[in-house]
Design a binder for this molecule. Structure first.
Ligand SMILES: Nc1ncnc2c1ncn2[C@@H]1O[C@H](COP(=O)(O)OP(=O)(O)OP(=O)(O)O)[C@@H](O)[C@H]1O
Ligand SMILES: [Mg+2]
Length: 293
């Protein structure tokens, strides 16, 4: 049951200004091994993402969140429809940072060398690379660990390195696929606040995938709820809580509680209506249980 206080938006949420990202009627079918039938991962998905907005993609497992994120980055192409980033088709590696769930650090490189890697690919000079790397390590609180190796760091620290590596090229778009899912509850909460602070310092478009409804409401300006099989936009919801949200107990606000309840009800309805649900993920845990880990 929807509440009257939850504000649903049209898919075009940035009427006042040119969006940073435009997704127009995209459809994506994946081929299956040893089968003539494909998997329709996304069908006719349209979305506008405004400049400097923090957007979360939520929805049951298999609804196409990762597929959409990889398309925004230009890693895979839609079969139909169009994606424009600042008016151009996306090219991997340009003005976009990508943070994966698994940290994907290179174990044989120091923390400094890991963060420096994207800048080396861009051919930046050594001194400038050093200045930038140290600035971003400072931002994520890891300056002292520049010469350490990933194996010497905790999970939360590794994820902060991954965040620094995504930010170091100063992208104006940051794509994050369940970046905090592998962290313990306390570290996760700490990272949520770190991300809020970094986003506050240097604004960027953030497209953030999460299974945690709580995390989505805490961090986002807008939440895109996707439904599965085929993946489609179910609703776009506005989170009308003032920034910065670390200054007060955002989770205690009635708007927060109401939005979280609304999203959970919608997701539960989707899962109940789908007998083939991938609600139980590969670890045999429900999305909710996984989100609590
Ligand atoms: N490379 C691929 N080959 C075949 N099928 C794929 C591929 N990638 C995704 N799919 C299928 O497309 C659908 C959407 O997958 P996707 O990974 O985007 O979902 P998701 O919402 O990110 O799920 P989760 O929450 O479990 O990460 C799923 O049915 C999945 O099995
Ligand atoms: Mg995924």
């Amino acid at each position: 049951m929807s509440s009257t206080t939850v504000q649903s938006l049209p898919v075009s949420t940035s009427a006042a200004e040119e969006p940073a990202i435009t997704v127009r009627n995209i459809t994506k079918m994946f081929k299956r091994h040893r089968s003539h039938e494909g998997i329709l991962a996304l069908r006719d998905v349209s979305l506008d993402i405004g400049k400097n907005k923090f957007i979360s993609l939520v929805g049951p497992s298999g609804c196409g969140k990762t597929t959409l994120l990889r398309m925004l980055n230009g890693l895979i192409r839609p079969d139909e429809g169009e994606i424009l980033v600042h008016g151009q088709p996306p090219v991997p590696g340009t003005h976009m940072g990508f943070v994966f769930q698994s940290f994907r650090l290179l174990p044989w490189r120091t923390i400094h060398e890991n963060v420096a890697y994207p800048l080396q690919l861009h051919g930046m000079g050594k001194d400038e690379i050093h200045e930038r790397v140290m600035r971003y390590l400072e931002m994520v609180g890891l300056r002292k660990f520049a010469e350490s190796y990933p194996s010497e760091l905790s999970g939360g620290m590794k994820q902060r390195v991954a965040l620094a590596r995504a930010l170091v090229s100063e992208p104006d778009i940051l794509l994050m696929d369940e970046p905090f899912a592998a962290l313990d509850a306390q570290t996760r909460e700490f990272m949520q606040f770190e991300l809020m602070k970094i986003w506050h310092q240097r604004k960027a478009v953030v497209v953030f995938v999460t299974h945690s409804v709580d995390e989505a409401v805490l961090l986002s300006d807008e939440i895109v709820l996707l439904r599965p099989r085929p993946g489609q936009v179910s609703e776009v919801l506005k989170v009308d809580l003032p920034h910065p949200r670390w200054d007060y107990d955002a989770r205690a606000r009635p708007e927060f509680v109401e939005l979280r309840r609304h999203l959970w009800e919608r997701i539960k309805e989707m899962v109940a209506a789908d007998p083939q649900s991938e609600f139980f993920n590969r670890d045999g845990k429900s999305d909710h249980a996984a989100a609590q880990d």
